[in-house]
Design a protein around this ligand. Structure first.
Ligand code: PDD
Length: 279
């Protein structure tokens, strides 16, 4: 596999970042993940716009123009002959003597990128549906920033794995914030799709935005509002969205079966619509 580090393409196993990188020492950086389908990036303008916003929110100058980012991404897709999978981008505040405050102006950011082959279209999990568990949301208060500080999400996903589940939905003040690496949705018994409104409490999902637009375009009822763990347990359906999962139906929550235990009709419809949009 070929990776990208600060302007160079090199074999992934030779890609290195110095110990004094602020990403390593402080998780002082931002990342993005975009899907590749049929060799093409999905909704990439949205991902690059969110990258720019995240960087700006923590005061890192965006090291590249949109055109340069697209060039790096498409070069990596080509060099890795990636048909289906993900492109990962990361920018940190660079290499400097360990000191909490920002390094001297002009310290170059560290830019790293690589691809991951992954089955998105024929993901068997989408056929059976995913199990999720709920866990407390232990994160900081700026979850709208796609920060590489992911310890709470690592612990949440590990709790899910240990429970035999694919994803953890995080809970704050009794309401679901989002999945550990996805946006959470329910479908109420009257067929309304519900997802949490955007705020500092969750990441503005690029897939979320597309799915909301598709639901609206195709006349599905949708509400952006908080929903509780109890509502999730009693929902007709649930699903989660992300660049890597697209639309993933949920069939069990905290060990209780949802609906008839199979992917729901609304989730399946949205998954299909999203594939058509992504292609
Ligand atoms: N995660 N919420 C969180 C906390 C996420 O980490 C992600 C994405 C999402 C969904 O965002 P989008 O639809 O733009 O992918 C929501 C990526 C896939 C990851 O960390 O691998």
């Amino acid at each position: 596999r070929t990776a990208y580090v600060n302007g160079e393409y090199l074999p992934l196993d030779q890609a290195r970042v110095p110990v004094m990188d602020r990403g390593f020492l402080f998780a002082d950086g931002i990342y993005e993940v975009a899907a590749v389908l049929g060799g093409r990036l999905v909704d990439n303008a949205g991902h690059l716009a969110r990258l720019a916003r995240s960087l700006s929110e923590i005061g890192i100058d965006n090291p590249h123009t949109v055109e340069e980012w697209v060039r790096i991404e498409t070069d990596l897709v080509a060099r890795n002959e990636l048909a289906e999978g993900l492109v990962y981008l990361q920018v940190t505040r660079g290499v400097a003597e360990r000191d909490f405050s920002f390094p001297a102006a002009g310290t170059p950011a560290t830019v790293v990128a690589f691809t991951q082959a992954k089955t998105i279209t024929n993901n068997p999990l989408a056929e059976t549906g995913a199990k999720v568990v709920t866990v407390p949301d232990l994160r900081w208060k700026r979850r709208d920033i796609k920060s590489v500080a992911l310890l709470a999400q690592v612990l949440a996903k590990q709790a899910a794995s240990e429970a035999g589940a694919a994803e953890a939905f995080m809970v704050e003040d009794g309401a679901i914030t989002e999945g550990s690496s996805s946006t959470a949705f329910i479908v109420t018994r009257d067929g309304t799709i519900v997802t949490r409104p955007l705020s500092n409490a969750l990441l503005p999902g690029i897939t979320r935005r597309a799915v909301i637009a598709l639901a609206t375009e195709f006349g599905l009822r949708l509400q952006e509002r908080l929903f509780s763990v109890e509502e999730l347990h009693g929902a007709a359906e649930a699903f989660y969205t992300s660049a890597s999962a697209f639309v993933m139906p949920v069939v069990s929550v905290d060990g209780r079966t949802l609906g008839d235990g199979r992917p729901g009709a609304v989730a399946r419809r949205l998954r299909e619509l999203y594939f058509t949009f992504a292609e």
